[in-house]
Design a binder for this molecule. Structure first.
Ligand code: AMP
Length: 416
């Protein structure tokens, strides 16, 4: 178990907090969604209560090691200040400039300073000014950041799968470090669930590609009692079993692997559930996420899809079949939509599953939803408030589910 905020003495100390303020901005640099800023308020308020001097740091966008004014964190400092009703210091342009370091050095207990976008420096991502990989440059940059504070708090779950200066290297150069409240919650739900789930444990996996989730499926086959596969991914599995899939998205180079995974599941007596019927269409406008005029939408009678038709959602019989498994599960992990949920007509399966997962949660199951699209689909179903835990990091939560060691977590000290 990693150290958490409450294990560390932060009273009156200068605390560096890695947050995820990678927020969406419009053309006028207005923040269009501030949920990532709001999500950090509990950690900040706790530190304020402890009378710490708080230095926040984050990246925003992909400036690729160069100063890009449109990717400045200045708008975030203003929004954060409004949310806290308190001044937030900010120095434009460079997080380790002389001025920035001076502000950090003179920061008093109870004050807040947000550093400029860390990724304006190539060293943050392990590169030098020439854009070459350079570990020494990264370590030096980590030392520079670390020198501004005494304690490091990691609260940016969305970046813990990256071995960057501000996510892992920095830990070596501070007196103590811990997980903030946001990260602690992720570790509790994702970590404890995978290690010690209440059974039956069900994983629901959807989305576009099998190749993105092979490692997740392989890892989960060691842990779950049942797996439901939906979304485009299901067609590669169905085709591997000799089912006709029409023009559905299939990764032909993954057919053997798909069969192998089904075989493994059988050997381990894991229920491996694929859709038994589908909503199909003969044309989709993928670019605009809409059904072209004159397209034919149909529901199949079984798992087979006729030529010229593409599976775009799970059908009614599949929902009914999956419902039984969802209802009897005590832990449910869900990643990826079960159809092209961006198109309302093809979102019905995903919405129905979201509702069933929420219902199971109301009845006492633990439910965890991860990944950007799964979160959007649960929201689309209006079920997000009823889910036990919605994971904030897309890539990070997938790598966690793959069983990989995440550098930003591994670097944190263990609880004594
Ligand atoms: P992922 O990022 O892997 O979770 O994939 C999410 C994407 O998968 C969404 O944009 C969905 O529209 C897409 N998707 C889900 N089901 C299908 C399907 N049957 N055919 C094509 N795309 C799909």
């Amino acid at each position: 178990m990693k150290k958490i905020l409450e294990d560390v003495n932060v009273k009156g100390k200068k605390v560096l907090v890695r947050v995820d303020y990678n927020v969406p901005l419009d053309a006028n640099l207005n923040i269009t969604n501030d949920k990532r800023i709001v999500a950090t308020i509990p950690t900040i308020k706790y530190l304020l209560k402890e009378n710490a001097a708080i230095i926040l740091m984050s990246h925003l966008g992909r400036p690729k090691g160069k100063f890009v004014p449109e990717m400045s964190l200045n708008p975030v400092s203003i929004r954060l200040s409004e949310l806290l009703d308190k001044p937030v210091k900010f120095v434009d342009g460079d997080c380790v400039s002389k001025e920035s370091k001076q502000v950090a050095a003179s920061l008093k207990p109870g004050e807040i300073f947000l550093l400029e976008n860390l990724r304006f420096h190539p060293e943050e991502e392990g590169k030098n000014a020439a854009g070459e990989k350079d570990k020494v440059a990264m370590e030096n940059f980590a030392k520079e950041i670390a020198s501004m504070g005494e304690i490091f708090v990691q609260d940016a779950f969305g970046t813990v799968h990256r071995a960057h200066a501000s996510t892992s290297a920095v830990v070596k150069y501070v007196k103590d470090a811990a997980a903030g409240f946001l990260l602690e919650k992720e570790l509790k739900f994702l970590g404890e669930t995978l290690e010690n789930p209440q059974r039956p444990f069900l994983a629901i996996l959807g989305g576009a590609k099998v190749s993105d989730k092979i490692n997740v499926i392989e890892n989960l086959l060691n842990k779950v009692d049942a797996i439901i596969i939906g979304g485009a991914m299901a067609y590669t599995f169905l085709k591997s079993q000799g089912v006709s899939t029409g023009t559905s998205l299939v990764e032909n180079d993954k057919l053997d692997l798909a069969s192998e995974l089904i075989k493994k599941a059988k050997e381990r007596k894991i229920d491996f559930l694929l859709p038994v019927d589908h909503i199909v269409v003969n044309k989709v406008d993928f670019a605009n996420k809409q059904i072209p005029k004159g397209a034919q939408v149909e529901e199949t009678i079984d798992e087979a899809i006729s030529d010229n038709f593409m599976g775009v959602d799970i059908g009614f019989k599949s929902i009914k079949k999956f419902a039984e498994v969802i209802k009897s599960s005590k832990t449910i992990l869900w990643n990826g939509p079960l159809g092209i949920f961006e198109i309302d007509e093809f979102a019905k399966g995903t919405v129905a599953i979201a509702d069933l997962v929420a219902q199971a949660t109301d009845d006492g199951a633990i439910s965890i939803v991860g990944g950007g699209d799964s979160v959007s689909s649960v929201k689309k179903a209006g079920a997000d408030k009823r889910i036990s835990h919605i994971s904030t990091g897309g890539g990070a939560s997938l790598e966690f589910l793959e069983g990989k060691e995440l550098p930003g977590i591994a670097a944190l000290p263990e609880r004594s």
